[in-house]
Ligand binder design. Structure first.
Ligand SMILES: Cc1cc2nc3c(=O)[nH]c(=O)nc-3n(C[C@H](O)[C@H](O)[C@H](O)COP(=O)(O)OP(=O)(O)OC[C@H]3O[C@@H](n4cnc5c(N)ncnc54)[C@H](O)[C@@H]3O)c2cc1C
Length: 507
């Protein structure tokens, strides 16, 4: 097996991996391994923006309280305080790198509002904030001579030596070769797992790979029962989970019944801007009552010109699907959006495995608790990357490569799978069962039923993995199964509702 030695190995090229790599390149050679084209990420799709205290009437205390309230008392207060207080510095760094955040007429940062926030505090670039950030970070990383990108390279598992992470086995998808990336420090920044659900806002890369890798290596994972469902993904056969940002509701759009009548006020005092879990459940309940496949978002009463100016991407995407948001109701449905749990870390991003750090959505830092406050996750990626960089810098000079006695396993020649249809059927089955039984409203019977279906699929997948050569879909199926089981088992352990984890009372 080929061995590539690098001081620091970064798995993933979203906001967490890139912002860390740019700083870490001061310490030595950095390799970024990423399983698709490097821009493919959840980061790229982020619309609303990044939360930070800039408003005159706003305060750290208020942002901290909003985060704790959304997290339903399950957050780590020290993580919340650290992230909120570092937010302006991190956002300023992005601005200085060239992210062209929207400015108000007074030439100050334009601040949007989203659900659960008591003040306007969302720094944004129109409704394409993630794309703007990802592009700038990618450009910065690509021009750095200490950083090498490995696109279409799939991280499979960690290599361990006496409870130290000494690197990762990575599959070069195009040449179908395995590589051992040997590193002094490994950064897991592989993002989320929305693809375990049938309906999700996440792109195809979000298959829980990092969670599965951590699980396989016995690394501590927490809070996986807390899956955030975004209330408003576009309901259209060609929408692919396209998100209608909460910022649109912050701008005045309202959730509505098919006849255009608003309904959120009977569910929460904040109406359409209630916390995401409340809004998602309200939509589901109205869909049931109305026997409808979706609910609606009404922006028709808003001034057309400023609507189009502020939400160019939402406007043009909807229009391309035949929906003019200035004149028509927008059909919406909740969708799996964000995994609040993940690989457990301390305030430096360190995991339970020495020399392995987890950053961004794959991590569980304690910031989000049982429910994430809108626009806190890009921020989490930035703050924890900075914190991990500082921590690693402290004694990086003294770190040596650990000699691993890792040897290439002699693998038996395996056959190519003739068709991937069996893998596709299994993946679909898992996504459907997760959506139906492990979704917005749960109960123990549903969870147990889902577990038994997934365990049956797991047996078939194991046979495929032993008999046939690996393919991307097959490895992703393995990871979807592991991640789904972790979510279900965590959900089964938590008997009462908390945050995004809602247990229905059976009469
Ligand atoms: C539609 C949408 C809108 C959002 N809007 C906002 C918002 O406005 N504000 C906000 O704060 N948050 C928002 N979020 C959440 C936020 O975008 C993500 O939580 C955040 O971008 C995660 O960043 P990350 O770097 O951890 O992961 P990602 O950006 O998802 O990057 C993960 C990277 O890891 C790579 N990878 C995955 N598996 C492997 C593997 N096995 N081997 C190698 N590479 C791998 C991927 O290809 C990718 O490059 C939104 C999310 C979505 C989906």
């Amino acid at each position: 097996m080929t061995i590539i030695e690098t001081d620091i190995l970064v798995l993933g090229s979203g906001i967490a991996g890139l912002s860390f790599a740019i700083k870490a390149a001061k310490l030595g050679k950095v390799c970024i391994v990423t399983k698709a084209a490097c821009a493919e990420s959840n980061t790229r799709l982020a619309q609303g923006g990044i939360a930070g205290v800039y408003g005159e009437k706003d305060s750290f205390k208020s942002h901290i309280q909003d985060t704790l309230k959304a997290g339903a008392g399950h957050c780590d207060v020290s993580a919340v305080e650290m992230v909120v207080k570092k937010a302006p510095k991190m956002i300023n760094e992005l601005y200085e790198m060239g992210v062209n955040f929207n400015l108000s007429q007074k030439n100050k940062l334009d601040l949007g509002k989203e659900g659960g926030h008591s003040h306007n505090r969302i720094v944004h670039v129109d409704d394409r904030s993630g794309m703007a950030v990802e592009n700038i970070l990618l450009n910065k990383a690509k021009e750095n001579k200490n950083i090498t990108f490995y696109e279409y390279h799939f991280a499979l598992d960690f290599v361990k030596k006496s409870n130290k992470c000494v690197g990762s086995i990575v599959w070069d998808i195009k040449s179908d070769k395995d590589i051992f990336f040997k590193s002094k420090i490994t950064i897991l920044a592989t993002g989320g797992a929305g693809q375990v659900y049938k309906i999700t806002t996440n792109p195809p890369i979000a298959t829980g790979d990092g969670i599965a890798m951590a699980y396989n290596s016995g690394v501590k994972i927490n809070d996986m029962e807390f899956v955030q469902f975004h209330p408003t993904s576009l309901f259209h056969p060609k929408a692919n989970g396209f998100l209608i940002s909460e910022a649109l509701r912050g701008f005045g759009a309202e959730l509505a019944l098919p006849d255009g009548k608003p309904f959120m006020n009977k569910y929460h005092e904040k109406g359409s801007l209630a916390p995401r879990d409340v809004v998602s459940r309200a939509i589901f309940s109205e869909m049931k009552k109305q026997k409808s496949d979706c609910m609606y978002l009404n922006a028709t009463h808003l001034e057309s010109e400023s609507l189009i100016k502020n939400f160019p991407s939402i406007y043009s995407t909807c229009l391309s699907l035949g929906i003019d948001i200035t004149k028509q109701l927008i059909p919406i449905i909740p969708a799996a959006h964000y995994i609040c749990g993940g690989v457990t870390t301390n305030l430096h991003g360190q995991t339970s495995l020495d020399r392995l750090y987890a950053l961004g959505e794959v991590s569980c830092t304690g910031l989000h608790g049982a429910n994430r406050l809108a626009s806190n996750s890009l921020l989490e990626g930035l703050v924890f990357s900075d914190s991990a960089f500082r921590h690693i810098s402290n004694n990086f000079d003294k770190l040596k490569f650990v000699d691993s006695d890792f040897e290439t396993e002699v693998t038996l020649e395996k056959k190519n799978l003739k068709s991937e249809s069996q893998i596709e059927i299994l993946s679909e089955r898992i996504k459907n069962i997760m959506w139906k039984y492990v979704g917005i409203v749960r109960n123990a019977d549903k969870l147990k039923k889902a577990l038994s279906v997934i365990e049956k699929s797991e047996k078939i997948a194991e046979t495929l993995l032993t008999k046939y050569k690996k393919s991307q879909k097959l490895i992703e199926l393995r990871n979807l199964i592991i991640t789904s089981k972790i979510i279900i088992n965590a959900a089964l352990k938590r008997k009462n509702s908390l945050g995004t984890h809602f247990i229905e009372k059976i009469k």
